[in-house]
Structures are given as structure tokens and as C-alpha cells.
Design a protein around this ligand. Structure first.
Ligand SMILES: *Cc1c(COP(=O)(O)O)cnc(C)c1O
Length: 408
């Protein structure tokens, strides 16, 4: 998708990008400083509505908070999704501070410390165990607290998903218990005083291929149907993961959500109805929910020409948005979509390279981008920044101030 297509999703007002119903420069004046992240709740709500309309009603939506843990975003989603998935004690606290009920919170991720597990068990959160060590810690916490812990087994599947930006299942992994070990583990811990709700399989992130996602979900249901025989109770929780991607580069096409939904309908009417009738299927999404509602806004501090190449130096950079610089798991760096936000309706008339204010050539936000002529104090807007932005970036690097974040 091209930058202007992303801009069209927000719309323009007085020749500027519209954010939260106002022209960008007015929002920037209200925020009071650049750079900043803005998350547009209209776009966020539209994304939830799109998912609800497409996915079978039996499928529950979980928000994977690590994509964007800003408390206002978390609370906004807490009233709109069915569940929240957390991956640390701080995220757990943010979920517990929202209006979501604790039994609707799940806790995944390798290396859960005994204190974190105890906190989750005490709150009644679903602990998605990633190893037998974690199972022992959960049992110990339950004994100590006098409660029955609710858990799900995170399984490292015996298949891998192609086409993901980051693969998180299949082969050797630090995530989950290897599928072939799960039967023995379940036999061993069947009467250990745990309420084992079901399984969680998350195979990868940032996938734009609906067919591959649907295939992973089919194989997940097959695998869980086999593992279900070793569970003392029926499977009630069937976390299918997610990994739905969003288009970052010009050649990326948006995910065909209808095709993913068709696959889920078929699974629910077929193997889930036959073999897992009591299971609630859960799709767990971070990036797809929040990625597109967010922009990163920076101000042009300098405009210079070096040996024929025009540079726009902005007051933000990779310390706030590591992924846009290409340093967050991309094999090949490609430009994220960006525009001059206060000249959203002005035609392009130069090629400029947008760099951040850090003292490293890695701090590249847009290489040789077609833009209208930008001047000092103009506002450069990068799209698709609602997920894995601020909290996935090395903010301490070079000691610049932290950016503001606003939900508008
Ligand atoms: C990171 C993560 C997610 C979210 O992934 P996205 O690609 O952002 O949707 C979901 N589940 C688990 C277990 C994760 O670790």
C-alpha cells in the first residue's frame, strides 16, 4: 500500500492529515511537543468492528498487550475485546487496572518468574505454561495460596508456519512445550490440582498470507484434537494464536480477512464441532488490532543537501521507532509509509531521505521518499505505528526525551 492510501484512511482537513477529528498541526499544538505517537480511536474501533463482522461469533478476540501497552489503549480495548494477553508482571498490572475481568486475562511468554506466576495465580489469570518448570511453579503457587490455578498448555507445534515476519513455533523453540512431550506431561500432572483449560499455539507474527494463516489454524485444531485425549476434562480454551499482519511496505497487500474467516467458519462447523465441542476458539492479536490506528509524528529540524541528496533531519528516530529503521527483525529494510502531514494534499515534487536525530547511520526513517517540498518545522508522519513502536524501541539510546503518547 502506498503512503497516500494510508493517509486516506485517516482523511484530511484543511490540507492536513486529520487525527482525532482535527488537523495535524492543531493536534501537535495541543500535545505541546514533538515527537509524539497518536492513536486514533475511530480507526481502532473500526478495526474491532471489522474483525467482529468477519469472524464467526463463537471466536473470541484477545488483545496481545505487548503490541501497545499504553494504559488508555488497553482500557479502550478492555471494553471491546473478550480477553487480554499479557507477557510480564507490568503488563499483568495494566490489565488488572483495566475493566477486563481477571479470568479473561492470559499470561504467556517464556521465563515467568515464581513471583509473577504467584501474582497471576492469585488474581485468577490463565497461566499459559511454557515448560514443566512453570507447571511446578504454578502448582507451588496454588498450594501456597490455597487456590486451584487455571492454566493452558502452550504447545510448540510439530509444524512451522511459512511467511511470518517472526516465527515463534515449530522446530526447536524457547516457546511452549514440544507437542510430542505434551501427552506425557499431561499424564504426569493430570491429578496435580490444576484446572487445565486447554491449549495455546502461536506460530508466528506479521503474516499477510490468509491461506497460510488458515492452514496453521487447521493444523492447530488437528493437533489440539489429538492432545485433547490426554486432558482429564474437555478442552474449553483453544487459543489459535493470530499473527495477522498489516501492510508496511508499498508491495504489501492487506490481509484477506474474509479468507481467514472462511477457514475459521469451516473449522468451527467441522472438526471443532466434532472433536472439541466445548472449546472456545480464541484469536489473539496485537499488531492487527492496534498497528494501523497509530502514527508517529516528528518535526523537521534541518533540511540539507549532501552531494546532491536531500536530507530531512527530524526530531525523532529509531530510539522511538526501531522497526521503521529496519532494525526490528526485518531481513531487508524497506521504507514504512510516511508523508508530510501538514501538506497532506500537496503533490509530491522531490525525493528526500528522512533521518532521525541519532548519531548513527542506522537511524534512517525513509530512504529516498517522494514527498512534497518539506521545510523546517513541517511534520513528518509515519503510518502503521500503533504496534511495536515506543515500547519496542531503545528509548535510552542517546538520551533524548521520551515522546508523548495520546489516544485521540
Ligand atoms: C506477541 C504475541 C502475540 C501478538 O502477535 P501479533 O503478531 O502482534 O499479533 C500473540 N500471542 C503471543 C503469545 C505473543 O507472544
Amino acid at each position: 500500500m502506498k503512503p497516500h492510501e494510508h493517509a486516506a484512511a485517516f482523511g484530511t482537513l484543511d490540507g492536513e492529515l486529520r487525527l482525532g477529528g482535527m488537523p495535524l498541526s492543531r493536534l501537535a499544538a495541543r500535545v505541546g511537543s514533538t515527537p509524539f505517537f497518536a492513536y486514533d480511536r475511530g480507526i481502532l474501533d473500526a478495526r474491532v468492528d471489522l474483525l467482529r463482522a468477519a469472524l464467526p461469533s463463537r471466536v473470541e478476540l484477545s488483545y496481545a498487550m505487548k503490541a501497545n501497552p499504553m494504559p488508555a489503549v488497553v482500557q479502550h480495548l478492555a471494553t471491546r475485546v473478550d480477553r487480554i494477553d499479557v507477557a510480564s508482571a507490568l503488563e499483568m498490572q495494566a490489565a488488572l487496572d483495566s475493566t477486563i475481568r481477571p479470568e479473561r486475562v492470559s499470561f504467556a511468554g517464556p521465563g515467568k518468574a515464581p513471583a509473577e506466576i504467584r501474582q497471576a495465580v492469585a488474581a485468577g489469570i490463565i497461566v499459559e505454561v511454557e515448560s514443566t518448570t512453570e507447571i511446578k511453579r504454578v502448582i507451588a503457587a496454588g498450594d501456597e495460596l490455597g487456590v486451584t490455578p487455571r492454566i493452558a498448555i502452550r504447545v510448540n507445534p510439530d509444524f512451522a508456519v511459512k511467511g511470518s515476519g517472526m516465527r515463534m513455533g515449530g522446530g526447536p523453540q524457547q516457546f511452549g512445550i514440544d507437542a510430542e512431550q505434551v501427552p506425557d506431561v499431561l499424564k504426569h500432572y493430570a491429578s496435580a490440582g490444576l484446572d487445565i483449560l486447554g491449549f495455546h499455539i502461536f506460530a508466528g507474527s506479521q503474516n499477510l498470507n490468509a491461506e497460510i494463516i488458515a492452514e496453521a489454524q487447521r493444523r492447530t485444531v488437528d493437533l489440539v484434537s489429538e492432545l485433547a485425549e490426554y486432558l482429564p476434562t474437555p478442552v474449553r480454551y483453544l487459543n489459535l494464536g493470530g499473527g495477522f499482519g498489516i501492510p508496511y511496505t508499498e508491495k504489501d497487500r492487506p490481509l484477506d480477512l474474509e479468507a481467514v474467516a472462511a477457514g475459521l467458519h469451516a473449522l468451527i462447523d467441522g472438526p471443532i464441532a466434532e472433536r472439541l465441542p466445548e472449546a472456545t476458539p480464541v484469536v489473539e492479536l496485537g499488531r492487527y488490532l492496534v498497528g494501523e490506528c497509530g502514527v508517529y509524528v516528528t518535526r523537521v529540524l534541518d533540511r540539507k543537501v549532501s552531494r546532491g541528496k536531500t536530507y530531512l533531519v527530524v526530531d525523532g528516530g529509531m530510539h522511538h521507532q526501531l522497526a521503521a529503521s529496519g532494525n526490528f527483525g526485518q531481513a531487508i529494510r524497506r521504507n514504512y509509509p510516511l508523508i508530510v502531514g501538514n501538506r497532506a494534499d500537496t503533490p509530491v515534487d522531490e525525493n528526500a531521505t528522512v533521518v532521525g536525530c541519532l548519531c548513527t547511520p542506522l537511524d534512517l526513517l525513509g530512504d529516498d521518499v517522494e514527498l512534497p517540498l518539506a521545510e523546517i518545522d513541517d511534520l513528518i508522519v509515519i503510518f502503521q505505528q500503533g504496534a511495536y513502536g515506543l515500547t519496542a524501541s531503545p528509548t535510552a539510546f542517546l538520551g533524548h526525551p521520551a515522546p508523548a503518547e495520546v489516544l485521540v
